[in-house]
Each structure stands twice: as C-alpha cells, then as structure tokens.
Design a protein around this ligand. Sequence first.
Ligand SMILES: *Cc1c(COP(=O)(O)O)cnc(C)c1O
Length: 405
Amino acid sequence: MDYRTYLRYHPDENGYFGEYGGAFLTEELKDAMAEITEAYHTIAQSAQFVNELRRIRKDFQGRPTPVYHCERLSRVNGGAQIYLKREDLNHSGAHKLNHCMGECLLAKYMGKKKVIAETGAGQHGVALAMAAAFFGLECDIYMGEVDIAKQGPNVTRMKILGTRVVPVTHGLKTLKEAVDAAFEAYAREYEDAIYCIGSCLGPHPFPLMVRDFQMVVGQEMREQFRDMMGHEPDVVCACVGGGSNSLGTFVPFLDSAVELYGVEPLGKGDALGDHAASMKHGTPGIMHGFNSIMLKDENGEPAPVYSIASGLDYPSVGPEHAYLRSLGRVQYDAVSDEEAVRAFFALSKYEGIIPALESSHAVAFAMKKAKEMKTGSILVTLSGRGDKDVDYVVEHYGFGEQFQL
Ligand SMILES: *Cc1c(COP(=O)(O)O)cnc(C)c1O
C-alpha cells in the first residue's frame, strides 16, 4: 500500500490509530479542538497554504537539510555504513521548528493573534517563540518555576524572541503543572489564540498535524538517499521522546521494505523512575487527552521518568507509535545514558558533528546495529545539534577519555 493511502485512513475521523489515540477532553475544550480540526482539514490542505509553507521551509529554515555519509565513523565502528539526515542543520538546530512553523502558519490563516504552549526543558518553547516571531504572533509559554531556574539559556532565548514566559508556581512546578496551566489558558483564550503542542501527542488532531508537518523529514531523506545510492537504505532509525522526529521519518518509508527502529531512553536502567522507555516497560492507558502506551506509578498516574536527554523524558509515546508497533511495522529498542554519551563523543570526534543528547540515542543504536549487520546501510535521523548539552556532558563525563574511542 502506498503510504499516501495509509495517510488517508490513519488516523480515522475520530483521531484513532487502531485502538490508540482519540480525544479525551473537558467540555470547554471540545469546541476549540473541533475548530482546529476543521481548519486543519480545509485551510492546511489548500494550495496557498502548502505553497507558503514550502517557501518558508526553503528560505527561512534552510531546507532541504542534507543526507550525509559518516565514512570515518562507519570505518572505526566496523560494519554497515551509517548515514545521517541532518536536522541539526534545520534553522534553530533541531527538527521541532518543522511543526512549529506549520502550527503558526495555521494560526495566522485562522486569524488568531496568539499561540500558547507549555515547555519543560525549553526546546519546544524556543522553537515556538521563533515561529511566532516570524509570523508576528504573540506567544505565551507556560513553564514550571523549577524548570525556569534550571533552563536559563532557553528562557533568555524565548524572551529575546519576544515571548512571554509565564511561571507556573503550584505543585511540583515542572512540566505536568505547566501542561495543565497551558490548557487552562487555552480554554480561556481560544477565541484569539491557538494551542501548539510540541510532539505527536495529545488529543486529536495534534498527533495528526504534527506528524504531517514533520513528514518533510522522511520525504526528503528517502528521495535524497535514493538519488545518492540508487536504492533504499536497509535500516532507518530515529530517537523517540513523544515521537515527532521519528514519525516524520518513518511514515514516508511505510510502503518500503526498509526496517524501521524507534530508539527510547533507558536512562540509568530498567527500574521505574530510572528511564523513560515507555514502549519497553509501559502498558496501555489514557493520559494528557489520548490513549496510548504509558508508564504508570502504583496509582495508575503518569510515573516519574528520567533520561540524560531532557527532550526524551516523557512517560508516554505518541499513539501512532503504539499502533505501528502493534502492526509489527516498527520495532523499538532502548539505549542507556552511557551508550548515548559514548555516541555523542564518537560522532563529535570522528565526524566533527556534536549531536544533541536526544539524537545521540539514535546514533548509539545505529552503531550497535551496524556492527551486527556487518554490511548494508543505516540512515539515522539526527534530530538536533548538541550545543545545548556540552556543558552538562563535560561536567559529568569530562572529555570522554573513558570511552576509549
Ligand atoms: C524534543 C526533541 C526530541 C524528542 O522529541 P520527539 O517529538 O520524540 O521527536 C528529540 N531530539 C531533539 C533534538 C529534541 O529537541
């Protein structure tokens, strides 16, 4: 089946991918979501919208990002050849801007004046702040006070870009409270504002919209690799937090014979609280407005999660991932902090590319898989650059001498 045919039926009209997805909403948010769904199915499919987004991607974001052959890393690693899709070279230094530009363009076409979101580590906040500045939209980012204190540079970036960072001061003062605060604000302000989610998560239509906006990654890389090599890669992999860079990568390959792997963070190990490997250790459940696989504590609430890569520590995964695994079309593996940091140094040292710690998980998996395969090719989505992570890594791991690369 052509993947475009898959797109027509996934999700279904109620936002379900098989048994996963849906929209579990309070009454006041139902109208707001219906308005976004309607706008997405009409405005965002118009030729004018599609052409404007295409122009923005080229002139502002610098797309297409290249596909690059890691010759030295492949040689020292010993095994299959490793290639990267360079989302670290997308403007802002990561893939998140792909869907933020789409969401803000939709906001503009809908006549909204403001975009609202929450952020944890600040990466989504910065990407949305950039997109809002580009379109001349106001931007309110809700952020826990604890996270504001920890993420100084991202808070500064958002403010420089003209965004209002709203501190959330109740509960644990982190991401969970920020999500609630952003939704409350949206329920109050939805006449003038649109809520913009940061990954393929949340109630319908967000998993659909974000996947579609991120598919530019997979579409480009499939074509680029074919132009370069004359055939498909054997394996494609990407890291999975909520699942946006990975679904954007995988879906345009669904109608190929390519093996697809999502890579989750195993953090410090398999004990609950030490990782954020939802697919490996989670069970079906409903949270944050959608049905998927999630990590739960003893009361059935979202469990505490951990990863060295703050962009990956989320206790669930986008519903389309849960569905693609149930079909057996995508496989999932988990990589520890230690393996990710080793890959961080390997890519830096052998290729001159400092990857984000999130993306380092995908690189670590590729290095392991390449050794097993011995020959063939692995195409990895490098979701972002690592400038944001260098201070943390050096403080905790020095310059990586212990990895004996
Ligand atoms: C946020 C982030 C991720 C994880 O998000 P997904 O929605 O799973 O793609 C991965 N890499 C980078 C660089 C990020 O900023």
